[in-house]
Each structure stands twice: as C-alpha cells, then as structure tokens.
Ligand binder design. Structure first.
Ligand SMILES: [Zn+2]
Ligand SMILES: [Zn+2]
Length: 294
C-alpha cells in the first residue's frame, strides 16, 4: 500500500511535526525545516535535531521529506536573487541532511526576463553546483512538477527531463508529482484513459523510476488553467476517480502520497499537536479508496 501522509506544521519545534504525524496516523511526512517567508533560518539546535531524529526512528515514519521555501528561484537571471537562492537552497539541503531526511521537494523555479530554455539551464547549473559542493550528500532533490503559473517552469514533463538530462541523470535527483498541478498544467487524469496516457507520457519523457513522492491535492481550477489552488480530496475538479487510480496503481505501491490540502488552522489549533480535522477527513477519504487485496 502507498504510504499516506501529509504536510504538517513544525510550530513548537521540529519534533512536534512527528507528534502531529502520529496523531494523524500518517506513514509519511512532509515539513518545512524553516519559516518559508524568510531567507534567513534560525540555526537548528543540536538537541532539537537529535530529538527529531529519534522521534522519526521510533515512529517509523518513512519517507520524511522537506519542501523548500517559496522564495527560492534557481531559474532567475537576476544575480542578487540567484546568489541568494543558491545559498538558501544549499542551507535547506544541509538542514535536510542534518535531520536525516530522505528528500527535499523543490519547485524548479521561474524565468525572469530570459526565455524558458535559459531558465531551465540556470536551474540545472545551480543544482549541479549544489550537488558538487556536497559530494557525500544523501538527501535527494525532488523536482516538483508544477501548475505552470506565470513564468514558473516545471509544468511540462519535458522541463523536468531537460533538467535531469543536464544533471547527467544523477540518482540524487527525483521527481514529486502533485495531482492538482497535473490537472492545472493540462494533464487530464480525470478519466482512466487520461490517467494512463499521462503516466505513459511521463514514462516516455522522464521515466517512472524518477518519481519518489506524490502530493495528493484536488484542484479548485479546471484542467489547463495553470492556476495552483489546492482543494480537499474529491471536492474539486479532479473528483475521486484519479485518486482511486493512483492509490491502487501497482507501480506506486510503496510511494509516499502526501496531502497538501487546506487545514482548519485556528490560532489555537496551530499550537496543538493533534490531527487537523480536515486532514483527518481527507485521509479517511483516501483510505476508503484503497482496494483491499485479500
Ligand atoms: Zn510544492
Ligand atoms: Zn505540491
């Protein structure tokens, strides 16, 4: 069975995310390792790192991945933003490594001023540099397929293939597929035929073995809208069918499938470590779609 989980808050310290994952009966977890709206991150106290690692080991959560900050743009040609983005991405990789995480999900970036091919080249060059500087790193960089808002790159499978190609197909790079982004980017997975066609196309262009994780989100916006708005499972333009296909796809039986759907999140609930009611509901919906094999 796929490993169901969610993106959960680190409010109150990183180990609290593990408590939240346990309360939510998650098998896998995604976190931010720092506050996402700021370039600078507070250094991680060694005690917090140690406690986090111990909690993860005890909880048998796997995989545990981080998502990078939305400020980072490795596709920009503006020198100051580029330098800041590379430094910040390096810091995120080092934090993920220190925490023993399996992967760091990243949005490839957007081109500013230049062209698409130029943006893709800049992204690949930045990643090559970051990987070269960390020859012993074990955290995988997971390129997230995007909805293609504005000048965001990574919404065509060809974009992902181009970056991986430029990185000489290193095993240190994988892909994260977001169901909302697939639809928004124009890959219609709502019907069984469309679902098959989409993954056949992905396999032909990128290769299915690159997929390391999924984000399970329904979409508020229709196919091809190129607008990234997550919706509760079954309540948006995807409906339940594509989730049923994905959850029961024998090619993805041991993959992480992580919710990034809206949360209830009141100031009071943010302080607690129990299961968010919306997460509970979405996880329940997903579990019901799993066809139990005898
Ligand atoms: Zn993302
Ligand atoms: Zn996502």
């Amino acid at each position: 069975m796929p490993r169901l989980g969610a993106h959960l808050s680190i409010a109150g310290g990183l180990p609290r995310a593990v408590d939240r994952a346990k309360a939510s009966r998650c098998d896998a977890l995604q976190i931010f390792t720092k506050s996402t709206g700021q370039w600078r991150a507070r250094p991680l106290p060694p005690e917090e790192v140690e406690l986090f690692r111990r909690r993860v080991a005890e909880s048998r959560l796997a995989p545990v991945v981080a998502h990078n900050s939305y400020l980072i743009n490795l596709g920009t040609s503006q020198p100051v933003l580029r330098a800041q983005s590379i430094a910040s991405m390096g810091e995120e990789l080092d934090r993920a490594e220190a925490l023993g995480l399996d992967g760091l999900v990243m949005h490839p970036g957007s081109y500013t001023g230049g062209s698409e091919p130029e943006g893709l080249r800049l992204i690949a060059e930045a990643l090559a540099q970051l990987l070269d500087e960390r020859p012993d790193g074990s955290v995988k960089i997971l390129l997230e397929h995007t909805a293609g808002q504005g000048t965001n790159l990574g919404h065509r499978f060809e974009h992902l293939a181009e970056i991986i190609d430029r990185l000489q197909h290193t095993d240190r790079v994988g892909v994260c597929i977001d169901t909302c982004h697939l639809l928004a980017a124009g890959y219609d997975i709502c019907s069984e035929a469309g679902y098959r066609r989409t993954f056949e196309e992905f396999h032909r262009i990128v290769g299915l073995r690159r997929i390391r994780a999924f984000h399970l989100n329904d979409s508020k916006k229709p196919c091809g809208s190129r607008v990234d708005r997550h919706e509760h499972i079954g309540k948006g333009c995807l409906g339940l069918d594509p989730f049923k296909l994905l959850l029961n796809d024998p090619r993805f039986v041991d993959h992480a499938m992580l919710l990034e759907t809206p949360k209830l999140e009141t100031p009071e609930s943010k302080r607690r470590s129990d299961c968010d009611p919306w997460d509970a509901r979405n996880l329940r919906t997903l579990r019901k779609l799993l066809v139990k094999s005898a």
